[in-house]
Design a protein around this ligand. Structure first.
Ligand SMILES: [Zn+2]
Length: 399
């Protein structure tokens, strides 16, 4: 592969002004960043002042559930969590889910929008078994040079109240799935101690990360943050535990939000917010001020849970910023940070960013300023993955 020289772009670093710089990419990594770079044998792309961002990180989606690119299916999920779970399980066979083609369609759309890394929860229960893992792995394989996909073994139908699921989660981890999931240990599973003991035990045994869906609202939700923080400290899993959705966090009084955010930061527990529907959003500024890790994701896209979504992480960053009333440029850039560097921390990426030595994963847009890029969600220019141009103008290049 030839060297790639991106000339005259404006690379973005959180909290710093954007200035013109060239980026030289060699062997899939950033070899140099600076003014007036030359590389005689390199392919040269003139960026003409375009902004350059590190590859987007979708830290929470459900590739196994999607029907992206398939026929339109009118939503029949209803409005309750238990109703949507029953509908999701009840109709998946009729609709051919989980489906590697649909998952691959969605991954392609994600890549064309600048996403370089994805964490996908995969439903596991005694009926579907590990078929979702197989389908999403097959889809990820088709896009292996375009995007990295991390899987979560997710007990969508419950764990303690769904006999047989725990063994299947363990089988998934034994088979190399990187993350163990959970679901409302109190509100849905009705056994918070049992579920958390099981999940943390499996994480320790298999060296897995943890990512728990926590929709429980109000005091019940906030109480479980404490349980998760306590167990993270006790097991030494700082930096490896995530609470997804965390709706209760968006409902607490501001001083309580600060107290929780400080505990999360101190224990190394992150949160992921998706700004789903009218559900509360984790307060972006409070998390930043406390030094707590925050990442963003699209959650369900064109599935039995929601007819909405297009996989565009930049649009999701805008939605989170809009819902959280981030209006000043530095505030809007906090959402951008969560959708990039925040996701990299949650996924455990060690060579992420636009600095020398990092993996060359990036995308470009024409916009005056980083905040303007969030607000206007402009078309993507180039998308580069490990030093190779994988999409241009929203269209995937040949593999
Ligand atoms: Zn989810």
């Amino acid at each position: 592969m030839n060297d790639l020289l991106l000339r005259g772009g404006r690379p973005w670093t959180p909290g710093a002004p954007v200035e013109s710089a060239d980026i030289l990419i060699r062997d899939g990594r950033i070899a140099a960043v600076g003014a007036g770079l030359t590389a005689p044998a390199a392919d040269i792309v003139e960026l003409a002042g375009a902004l350059v961002f590190p590859g987007l990180v979708d830290s929470h989606c459900h590739l196994d559930k999607t029907m992206y690119g398939g026929p339109w299916v009118p939503n029949s999920g209803g409005r309750t969590l238990s109703g949507r779970i029953a509908n999701g399980e009840g109709r998946r066979e009729e609709l051919g889910l989980p489906n590697a083609d649909y998952a691959a369609n969605l991954l392609g759309a994600m890549v064309s929008g600048g996403t370089a890394y994805v964490r996908s929860h995969i439903d596991i229960d005694p009926e579907v078994g590990l078929r979702g893992v197989d389908a999403v792995r097959a889809a990820a394989e088709r896009h292996r040079d375009r995007v990295d996909v991390q899987l979560v073994a997710f007990p969508q139908g419950g764990l303690m109240n769904r006999p047989g699921t725990g063994k299947l989660l363990e089988a998934a981890l034994a088979d190399g799935v990187e993350v163990i999931g959970g679901l409302d240990p109190a509100g849905y599973d009705q056994d918070p101690t049992g579920q958390l003991d099981l999940i943390f035990g499996l994480a320790e045994k298999y060296g897995a990360r943890i990512d728990i869906h926590l929709h429980d609202r109000g005091a019940l939700g906030a109480w479980q943050y404490g349980l998760i923080i306590e167990r993270t400290r006790a097991t030494g899993l700082a930096g490896r535990v995530t609470i997804s959705h965390a709706y209760a966090m968006g409902e607490l009084a501001p001083d309580e939000q600060r107290r929780v955010a400080e505990s999360l930061a101190e224990a190394g527990v992150s949160m992921v917010t998706c700004a789903v529907g009218d559900a509360p959003v984790v307060p972006v500024r409070t998390m930043h001020e406390a030094g707590a890790m925050l990442a963003l994701g699209n959650d369900g896209i064109r599935d039995l849970w929601t007819p909405y979504g297009d996989g565009d992480m930049l649009r999701r960053i805008m939605t989170v910023a809009f819902r959280d009333r981030l209006v000043a440029d530095p505030e809007i850039e906090l959402a951008l940070t969560a959708g990039t560097y925040g996701g990299a921390k949650v996924l455990g990426l060690t060579d992420y960013g636009l600095t020398v030595g990092a993996a060359a994963d990036l995308f470009t847009v024409d916009a005056e300023a980083p905040a303007a890029a969030v607000v206007s969600v402009p078309p993507r220019g180039l998308v580069v993955k490990r030093g190779r141009i994988v999409a241009r103008g929203g269209i995937l290049t040949a593999a």
